[in-house]
Write a new protein. Structure first.
Length: 160
């Protein structure tokens, strides 16, 4: 049992330390969602313009509607990608929390309890990703990224 635990910890340490680039960058995925949301807004404007044009043909209307539908599909895919990125980051936090929970000193136990509670709050916050409107998307993702960064920093400090 201990061998499996230490092998897991060692593998995690190797995989997280192997790349210099930050792998947990939810900011890039959030930017992609924002960019695709802007695309949806542009396509909606184009559709409105086409609907208002009395000379527009049915082919032009169909094309505008199809472009809007494609943009909405891209937005859903970007939100799914962001959700996957966030869940991966939560899973990495879980691994580190288990590593901290293995320590037997009182300081580590208290830190594990507090950090686990913060992780649960963060998971609750991100569980409603798909429900966030475009208007508050930037504030939401900034808050999530800040919470992740602070929690990861505190967890790494507790593991030292």
């Amino acid at each position: 049992m201990r061998t499996i635990l230490w092998a897991t910890i060692f593998a995690t340490a190797l995989s997280t330390g192997a790349c210099k680039k930050k792998q947990d960058d939810t900011g890039a995925a959030a930017s992609e969602v924002k960019k695709t949301q802007e695309g949806v807004n542009e396509q909606a404007k184009d559709l409105d313009k086409t609907l208002g044009d009395k000379k527009a043909t049915s082919n032009e209307l169909n094309k505008a509607e199809g472009d809007l539908a494609a943009a909405k599909t891209d937005l859903n895919a970007a939100r799914d990608k962001y959700s996957i990125t966030v869940n991966d980051r939560l899973a990495k936090l879980d691994i580190k929390l288990k590593e901290l929970a293995v320590k037997t000193d009182a300081k580590a136990t208290a830190a594990a309890t507090a950090l686990s509670s913060r992780r649960t709050e963060l998971a609750t916050k991100v569980s409603g990703i798909k429900d966030h409107a475009a208007a508050d998307w930037d504030a939401f993702t900034k808050d999530v990224d800040t919470s992740f960064d602070k929690l990861e920093s505190d967890l790494n400090d507790a593991l030292k």
